[in-house]
Design a protein around this ligand. Sequence first.
Ligand SMILES: [Zn+2]
Length: 106
Amino acid sequence: MAEIRSPRLLMEECRRYTAQLSELRMLLEERLHAARAELARTRPSAVRVRQARLDVAAIEAALERMDRGLYGTCTRCEAFLPLDRLRLAPHVQQCASCAGETRLSA
Ligand SMILES: [Zn+2]
């Protein structure tokens, strides 16, 4: 049976999600800035350039998903991504299972 919640609780939930999204957007923008700064270094190593380019692409894709209202769900199975996972790696777009990180779970 669907849970019935008061408008006040729904508004609180909405505010909480909006605050979490703002926090994650800030994290993404900080990391984008850092990755672009790495690319702008005068003599970066090839490995660092490759990693910085991958970071920039992943972060830009995450920001685009945020703008389209798709951020926070797995791109494969559409499950919600845990906030802890997003705080650690805000550019991640797959759940641990789809990313192949849960080989030990039955
Ligand atoms: Zn998934």
